[in-house]
Write a protein that binds this ligand. Structure first.
Ligand code: GLV
Ligand code: GLV
Length: 333
């Protein structure tokens, strides 16, 4: 039986299913395995089931006995895919199954920021409402309304499209930017294409849905933040490094934008004394956009399906590096 190293505990029944094909070793601590452990395991294992926090770099891949890395995430910026392909190693991810959860979380962040939900909760919870003693005031905790506002979607893949679709229910106008213009989608969703700099200049809310690649690293930098409307909001459920955090802190401090809601950070976990946390108009969650029971289960099942297909000598259903097939056939035969 080929050996599979699972870098964190998953649903037991999914692991049981995998155990019919693979000899499993599961890292059962809450904390991620250190790089040295991954390195050692990669020399012994034929397959990895990895998380986005596992650094699967070329150093690890090139000296490994791995044939497949099945990532439990849609993003795979932690994996050196080019290097994997060169070494005939299959890389799979879990797209599609987390689209809804991530889009819903994006809207949870947008609404929290627009209607100051976290601030309002603190106002009640920590006794401020009581201390002030005013039950209702016309100007208490005013937010912004979504109807008629413009949502700018950066990256119109599965998640970005779903976020755009939901925006229509709020009667928002939606503009999008992507490296590829998608005319069919424009028609279908009633959205308009804009170059990125134009999108930033016209949007009341900008939401990021790109993968992290060398091209999207610091896509939202100081210059781009300066282009955003005063009074606009920035939402990031993609990857922290798509935004230059220092520039964002500056933008918030100097009031170039009115707020930010972030699920992802350049460095995770975010340190508790981080300057971002000093702003009332910043809402943060700890990289949980896909964290629903339904979605996490489907992600585990899809990762398992990829591993099982590979075992059976079939192309895994959500293979990232399709070119690898020409180099090496799937399977351990
Ligand atoms: C989560 O960030 C993912 O990429 O699935
Ligand atoms: C992820 O599933 C995306 O393509 O947006």
């Amino acid at each position: 039986m080929p050996k599979l190293f699972v870098t964190r505990e998953l649903f037991p029944d999914v692991l049981e299913r995998l155990a019919k094909y693979y000899e499993l070793e599961v890292w059962d601590r809450y904390k991620e395995p250190p790089y040295e452990v991954l390195l050692r395991k990669s020399r012994e294992a034929d397959a990895f089931l990895s998380l986005l926090t596992d650094r699967i770099d070329c150093n690890l891949l090139s000296g490994s006995r791995l044939r497949i890395v099945a990532q439990y995430a849609v993003g795979f910026d932690n994996v050196d895919v080019k290097c994997a392909t060169e070494h005939g190693i299959y890389v799979t991810n879990t797209p599609g199954v987390l689209t809804e959860a991530t889009a819903e979380h994006t809207w949870a962040l947008i609404l929290s920021l627009a209607r100051r939900i976290v601030e309002a909760d603190h106002y009640v919870r920590w006794g401020e409402w009581w201390r002030v003693g005013t039950a209702w005031h016309p100007l208490m905790l005013l937010g912004v309304e979504l109807e008629g506002k413009t949502l700018g979607v950066v990256g119109i893949g599965r998640i970005g499209s779903r976020v755009a679709e939901i925006a229509k229910a709020f009667r928002m106008r939606v503009v999008y930017y992507d490296v590829e213009r998608k005319r069919e989608l424009e028609e279908k969703l009633g959205i308009e294409y804009r170059e990125l700099d134009d999108l930033l200049a016209v949007s009341d809310i900008v939401t990021l849905h790109t993968p992290l690649t060398p091209e999207t690293r610091y896509l939202i930098n100081e210059e781009r933040l300066r282009r955003m409307k005063r009074g606009s909001l920035l939402i990031n459920t993609a990857r922290g490094a798509v935004v230059d955090t220092n520039a964002l802190v500056k933008a918030l401090r100097e009031g170039w934008i009115a707020g930010a809601a972030l699920d992802v950070f350049e460095r995770e976990p975010l340190e508790p004394n981080h300057p971002l946390l000093a702003f009332k108009n910043v809402v943060v969650t700890p990289h949980i956009a896909s964290a629903t029971s339904e979605t996490r289960r489907r992600m585990a099942e899809l990762a398992a399906e990829n591993l099982i297909a590979f075992y059976e000598g079939k192309e895994p259903p959500t293979l990232v590096n399709k070119e690898v097939v020409r180099r090496r056939s799937p399977g351990f035969g």
